[in-house]
Design a protein around this ligand. Structure first.
Ligand code: ZN
Length: 338
């Protein structure tokens, strides 16, 4: 029996052309696909991602925004901002990226569904706001999946953890006032995109369901693993999410050229092990959604470490010393969530 599904659509992910010298490049998927082939998908079942439907995308993004992205692609592509570039097939790639998360959510929420799985595509999604592409991202795939879980499956509580080194400003903004999505992000700060201060705790009915943990450059396993073990786990035990989604970027790795954090391969395994323990304890599905990660070795080893730790069903860092940033964020969140 495979451990769970891995949704991917390599041909469209490879056809999203960001131009020469761009860090968010097709080689990322070439490297991942090679590792998956070499290691029999790490014991998971590789499945082809569908295209997200208009209805699935427009539950998050305005229809005119989706149309504008696709019109730009149809015209041959171009630059949306200094970082964010589309080519003729980028819209298709981004639709498969979002569709992969929707399919992953459906799989995890099916009766007798698998305990865990992943969606592995480019472009990434977590910087995309409702009506704005940025930071290499066009459609916010993890947000589309979380919204689908609320709307289609009727869930009342979805946890989205963002471990990419950059703040997931898009996901944060999309769910800012949504009390049914608990968004937790640990990210290098101050750093791109500039959002994600600890004081941003959501607003309106969603006040308290946004938890930002800005961490200084140089932060490594002792910080990121503690955020998962000593913040996400106790928060989730109290809040009782019905689904765990992870915006899994691998650019907090010490080898990543875009950022200045110092997470190791073992750190990614530890975070994944903690999350698998949590998912088992709560009896809910655990889905990883690929975001960033720009050093090909660190990216593929991070994905491998994550998937293998999840499959092993054990792990985490119960013995790790609680990091002061995790402790502070937990106290702040508990006061707000009640
Ligand atoms: Zn990133």
């Amino acid at each position: 029996m495979p451990h769970g599904p891995l949704f991917a659509h390599f041909s469209s992910s490879l056809a999203h052309d960001t131009g020469p010298g761009h860090p968010e490049r097709a080689d990322r998927i070439t490297a991942l696909a090679a590792a998956l082939t070499e290691h029999s998908a790490f014991g998971y079942e590789l499945r082809e991602s569908p295209l997200a439907s208009d209805a699935q995308l427009t539950a998050v993004h305005p229809p005119e925004y989706v149309a504008a992205i696709e019109a730009l692609c149809a015209a041959g592509g171009g630059a949306i901002d200094a970082d964010t570039v589309v080519s003729a097939r980028s819209g298709e790639a981004a639709r498969h990226a979002a569709g992969g998360v929707v399919a992953l959510v459906d799989a995890l929420l099916a009766t007798d569904g698998p305990p865990a799985g992943a969606s592995l595509h480019r472009p990434p999604g977590h910087h995309a706001e409702r009506g704005r592409a940025m930071g290499f991202c066009l459609f916010n795939s993890v947000a589309v999946g979380a919204q689908w879980a609320l709307d289609h499956h009727g869930l009342e509580r979805v946890l989205v953890l963002d471990t990419d080194v950059h703040h997931g400003n898009g996901t944060n903004a999309i769910f800012r006032a949504e009390p049914r999505v608990l968004f937790v992000s640990a990210h290098q700060f101050p750093f791109y995109p500039g959002t994600g201060a600890a004081s941003d705790v959501g607003s309106g009915a969603g006040r308290g369901t946004t938890v930002n943990v800005p961490v200084p450059g140089g932060s490594g396993d002792e910080t990121f693993c503690s955020v998962v073990e000593h913040l996400v786990l106790p928060l989730a035990r109290a809040w009782r999410p019905q689904l765990l989604l992870v915006s899994a970027g691998f650019d907090a790795h010490r080898d990543d050229p875009l950022a200045g954090c110092a997470v190791t391969d073992a750190g990614y395994a530890t975070m994944a092990g903690s999350l698998r323990r949590l998912a088992d304890e709560l009896g809910v599905g655990l889905g990883f959604v690929l975001e960033g990660g720009y050093e090909l070795g660190a990216l593929t080893r991070g994905v491998q470490a994550t998937l293998e730790a999840v499959a092993s069903g054990a792990g985490g860092a119960p013995e790790l010393a609680p990091h002061p940033l995790a402790v502070e964020a937990l106290e702040r969140s508990r006061a707000l969530l009640g």
